[in-house]
Write a protein that binds this ligand. Structure first.
Ligand SMILES: [Zn+2]
Ligand SMILES: [Zn+2]
Length: 346
């Protein structure tokens, strides 16, 4: 048999890594706290993290991964690797109502006989579940008004329809995860910090003695913004306030919804603030003396990053920044082409 060549070897290594990354994996972060890395069906976001925190004879599960064929097997496998079982979950807390964080909550709750706690502003999830077509057509209407041409919009709709909800229902919130609610674990009591912005339902969990922060998608190891638009007036403004709230906690270790745990929490807060400030600055400059639709603004704001795969996400982000400037009295909407809407400096 011929010896594999260098490129063949590196290709098979790549295949092996991709294969390994498509399955759930568990690892200990601290004694009594485990990271459960679960695969996701999204091209740009290959994994999410759930966490198990020891609590009495079982554990508290923070986030759950998305629900799709095979997903429960990934969670089981990740738990098994650290010596835990789904049935031993004593409580499920979701940092926010996105599919990758609460998708399997209903199933785990059913199997383990435990409760699910989540923030009450989760209507962005429940409206989506009750009437996905209505939510989709509302988003389409906003996109059309903002100057998105028919062809890319149609592609986005097809991809969206093909995906399914990735959340198992009925999902009952037994207790609202709001400030004052405490989550008891063997590592101490975690308190609830409201951190809307990424999603209106977002909370972080904070353990002050150990200076631990379960940061969900509010703070990620890799600085990356996402705003759920359409459920609150100013998600960017909310996000900036949430950053300050979290900064004041002076946490030492952040366990985020994607990627590895990280220690420089303040550095990550500052990097997010700088990223938002940079985008707003650029948007102000673009709007000075020009009238442009959100769809025209998005590629100018994001440059080459505004590609097919990330277009919908970055368009939404552009809308969020525009709404923020509008709130601050720095931008206003005017009539655009073909019944559309355009933006200019106020
Ligand atoms: Zn999220
Ligand atoms: Zn996420």
């Amino acid at each position: 048999m011929a010896k594999p060549t260098q490129p063949e070897r590196s290709r098979s290594l790549q295949r092996w890594r991709a294969e390994r990354d498509r399955i759930g994996r568990g690892e200990r972060v601290l004694p009594g706290l485990w990271r459960l890395r679960l695969p996701l069906p999204w091209p740009g976001v290959p994994h999410c993290n759930a966490y198990a925190i020891a609590a009495g004879d079982g554990f508290v599960l923070v986030d759950t991964g998305a629900s799709e064929p095979g997903s429960m097997g990934h969670l089981e496998r990740a738990l098994e690797q650290v010596g835990l079982r789904v049935e031993d979950a004593r409580l499920i807390v979701c940092t926010h109502a996105h599919a990758d964080h609460c998708g399997q909550a209903a199933i785990v709750a059913e199997r383990a006989g435990c409760e699910v706690w989540m923030h009450p502003r989760a209507d962005h999830l429940f409206k989506q579940a009750e009437d996905p077509e209505a939510v989709l057509s509302r988003r389409l209407e906003i996109a059309r008004q903002s100057g998105v041409p028919a062809a890319p919009l149609e592609r986005w709709v097809q991809a969206r329809r093909g995906q399914g909800p990735l959340v198992s229902f009925p999902l009952e919130i037994a207790r609202e995860l709001v400030p004052g609610v405490e989550v008891e674990t063997d590592l101490g009591t975690f308190s609830v910090i409201e951190t809307p912005g990424h999603a209106p339902s977002h909370v972080c969990l904070h353990q002050p003695d150990r200076r631990l922060l379960m940061s969900g998608d509010h703070l990620l190891g890799r600085v990356s913004l996402y705003f759920d638009v359409g459920w609150s007036d100013d998600p960017v403004g909310e996000f900036l306030q949430s950053l300050e709230r979290v900064d004041a906690l002076d946490a030492r270790l952040a366990l985020s919804g994607h990627g590895r745990p990280f220690t420089d929490v303040r550095g990550h807060v500052e990097a997010n603030q700088a990223l938002v400030a940079g985008h707003l600055e650029k948007l102000r400059a673009l709007l000075a003396g020009e009238t442009l639709s959100a769809f025209e603004l998005a590629p100018r704001l994001f440059g080459e990053a505004f590609a097919a795969a990330t277009g919908a996400w970055l368009f939404t982000e552009t809308m969020a920044f525009l709404k923020h400037l509008e709130r601050r009295g720095e931008a206003r909407r005017v009539a655009g082409e073909a019944d559309g809407e355009a933006w200019t400096a106020a």
